[in-house]
Design a protein around this ligand. Structure first.
Ligand code: ADP
Ligand code: MG
Length: 729
């Protein structure tokens, strides 16, 4: 029996989906995290204070204190049954990496002891040679090291019976270039903090720290593990390269907010429990639009912690799924013809005085502060739309963007009717010669209209890639498998850069004798005028918008290799260098890595398409072709008239056509791949893979294969079908 039928037969009996009756979340929450509260119990006053000021103000921890902290961490971890530790980091491959070391060691005289010293906490040298570096390590230094990032708390990862203390770290080369997602992110957050505090101080001198916040929404698909295993394309690429859409799809829209199937529900509860222990504050879970698709979202957190938590969650989700005989698909587009998955990044900034800078204020003064940050965000997105677009570019996300289910590749900002009106007012009422007597202008009573504002947002535009949703912006174009760090690094950098310019311009007006509030109003007005063209309230999915955007001069870069160009323009180099995020060589390296990732992904997909065609598609198709041919031959020999086998003949003709087309196209695709593989320049090669391999063949081959799926005897078909993967649980 084929894997497919084996899987279907075992489906209902395979797995016991019982999960422990869930204990109270508050009792579990953070139990595997070395939080400051836990640290208080295990550290001396001195060590605790040092850790605290390192977390709160980024102060350096000295060696002796690091030793004390390490000892305290080990004491805590050992109480929880931990034997090993690892430096946990986020390399540019997109997954997380760890190398486990035991606390166990031998003293000089051979006595076995358990120890964890400050040095081991602070710095390690993983074998970095197998992580992508875009040529950086080769150019500068053979190895890199991981360095403790105290801003993210250590945690205990439970895998089966094993428990490991994980120390969040950044990964850098010996010459200081960052080799991971986290190091530049921390720099961007710090830069934003400084720039935002300076602007905040126009309004409130008490503000000394601004923390960007992130609440991601993780979409995913769940499929049965046995069905998954019978689909080599899912196993190798995370998406189905073939598969005819099933008779029933998402057209009834009966899945969204419908009841969650029991088996999936058990899985969700299980991974939620694991997440709670790790301090990931998951809050919502629900079905998504497509069959088999779901979403979960946490309460928002500081960006760096939220980024770690999302990476951790993806890892936990994958592992826990196997316990339930399920597989989670984090790919942006696992199934053609139904919605793909995204990871909305809800983003705002909070002050240490407890103000959300993107929440409309309650007084005219705080309104002006809100308006300042609101308009600066729009300006930042306007000025750096191309870099923002590049930050979400990936091979899998190309399948989703602009496919009438996710925002287009055109970056625009949605702000809702009400705020559009406010911006228009500002534009029209703030005049060149406005002076102190004209202060009525400053009293834009946004707070009185909060109900209006909220209404605007419940009825909000889902087609926008970057939308204001009441008290935060939602960057919706991020892909489901992405590490949030990259888009967050870019967003926070462009915001910091814009705020710095804003501050400079306002100060200039003030130095010319303008009153502070009026100076601010003038610059805000100018920014509104400058960035107006990025605002769009209509249907982002429509053809009309693509045309309109072109007229406005907004870019619409549909493919990753070209979108990535924006990373290495003079503008990008200046932006990242002047804000101390990336040096030129770091940018070039990252650009190279992203291109390489793209090439590899398309290459693997192309290979699996070829392989499946020859080993999984053509054999049953040819057998069925034979059956029909024999049947026709038999009827003919029996002397029956043409009409008795006319239908068979028709089917035979179709099957033969698609068989020939498939194998012909596959051969040609292999030739095209060979041509690409001989190209030296990475960018040229990536573009060639996209146009000469992917665009030139993928859809065509798939079309023929999917036709065969409909024609060939169902019992003969090897690959689980869409209806099975999406509806059987
Ligand atoms: P929807 O699916 O309607 O977009 P959700 O409630 O699923 O909304 O998700 C909203 C996300 O926004 C949550 O993760 C939430 O924590 C986050 N969020 C709310 N306020 C902020 C904020 N000030 N900063 C960052 N994220 C926020
Ligand atoms: Mg959302």
């Amino acid at each position: 029996m084929s894997l497919r039928f084996n899987a279907i037969n075992n489906l209902s009996t395979s797995i016991d989906t019982k999960v422990d009756a869930s204990p109270k979340i508050t009792a579990l929450f953070g139990s595997n995290v070395f939080s400051l509260k836990t640290a208080r119990e295990f550290l001396s006053d001195e060590a605790y204070k040092s850790l605290q000021s390192s977390i709160k103000a980024g102060q350096k921890i000295d060696r002796a204190v690091a030793n004390q902290i390490a000892t305290g961490m080990r004491a805590w971890a050992e109480l929880k049954g931990v034997t090993h530790f690892t430096h946990w980091f986020q390399p540019l491959t997109g997954t997380t990496a760890e190398k486990h070391d035991s606390f166990f060691t031998l003293k000089g005289d051979g006595t076995p002891i358990e120890q964890f010293e400050g040095d081991a906490l602070v710095q390690q040298e993983p074998d970095a040679s197998s992580f992508p570096s875009g040529g950086l390590r080769a150019t500068f230094e053979a190895r890199g090291y991981t360095a403790w990032d105290p801003s993210s708390p250590p945690f205990i990862m439970e895998i089966g019976q094993g428990k490991t203390l994980c120390i969040p770290t950044i990964f850098v080369s010996y010459t200081g270039e960052s080799l991971d997602y986290k190091a530049p992110l921390l720099k961007a957050l710090d830069t934003l903090n400084k720039a935002a505090v300076e602007v905040c101080n126009y309004f409130d001198k008490n503000i000394t720290r601004v923390t960007p916040t992130l609440g991601w929404e993780q979409e995913y698909f769940v499929v049965d593990e046995a069905l998954f295993n019978a689909r080599p394309d899912l196993v190798m690429t995370g998406r189905t390269v073939y598969g005819h859409s099933s008779a029933k799809n998402q057209q009834l829209e009966d899945q969204y907010f419908g009841s969650i199937p029991e088996r999936v529900y058990a899985y969700m509860r299980d991974f939620e429990t694991e997440s709670y222990k790790l301090g990931i504050p998951l809050r919502t879970r629900h079905n998504e639009v497509a069959p088999g698709q779901y979403e979960c979202a946490p309460i928002f957190e500081e960006v760096s912690v939220a980024v770690d938590h999302n990476s951790l969650l993806m890892d936990v989700m994958e592992r826990v799924a196997r316990r339930h005989g399920l597989r989670v698909l984090l790919h942006e587009k696992p199934f053609a013809g139904i919605n793909g998955s995204g990871k909305h990044n809800n983003w705002s900034m909070a002050t240490d005085t407890g103000v959300n800078l993107l929440a409309p204020g309650k007084t005219p003064k705080t309104n002006l502060m809100f308006l300042t940050f609101f308009v600066n965000t729009i300006k930042a997105v306007h000025d750096y739309a191309d870099i923002l677009r590049a930050s979400i570019a990936s091979a899998p996300n190309d399948h989703r963007l602009g496919a009438n289910e996710a925002p287009p590749a055109i970056i625009s900002v949605f702000i809702g009717q009400y705020l559009s009106k406010v911006l228009n007012d500002v534009k029209e009422r703030v005049s060149e010669k406005m002076d102190e007597t004209d202060e009525s202008m400053l009293k834009i009573d946004i707070h009185k209209s909060i109900p209006e504002l909220l209404m605007d947002n419940t009825d909000r535009n889902r087609t926008s890639p970057f939308a204001f949703t009441g008290n935060k912006f939602e960057f919706r174009a991020v892909g489901s498998s992405a590490n949030c760090a990259n888009p967050m690094t870019v967003l926070n950098t462009i915001m910091a850069d814009t705020l710095k310019k804003f501050k400079k311009e306002v100060d200039e007006l003030i130095s010319k004798g303008e009153k502070k509030e009026i100076a601010i109003m003038h610059v805000i007005r100018q920014y509104i005028v400058d960035s107006e063209k990025v605002l769009f309230e209509g249907d982002g999915y429509s053809e009309a918008w693509a045309k309109e955007a072109e007229k406005r001069g907004l870019e619409n870069v549909k493919t990753t290799p070209l979108a990535l160009d924006a990373m290495v323009t003079e503008k990008a180099k200046h932006l990242f260098e002047s804000n101390n995020i990336y040096s030129h060589s770091e940018l070039e390296a990252r650009h190279e890595i992203e291109l390489e990732k793209y090439i590899k992904k398309v290459q693997i997909e192309s290979r699996i398409m070829g392989e499946l065609a020859t080993s999984h598609i053509l054999p049953p198709a040819i057998r069925y072709q034979n059956l029909l041919a024999n049947n026709i031959q038999g009827l003919k020999e029996a002397g029956l008239p043409e009409a008795t086998f006319a239908n068979q003949k028709q089917i035979l003709e179709k099957i033969s056509l698609h068989i020939n087309k498939t194998s012909d196209l596959v051969e040609k695709m292999i030739e095209a791949r060979k041509v690409c593989n001989n190209m030296d320049n990475t960018r040229t090669k990536a573009i060639a893979y996209q146009s000469q391999v992917k665009d030139a063949f993928f859809d065509d081959i798939r079309y023929n294969v999917d036709k065969l799926e409909l024609l060939v005897d169902d019992r003969e078909w090897y690959l689980p079908k869409y209806r099975e993967m999406l509806f059987l649980r």
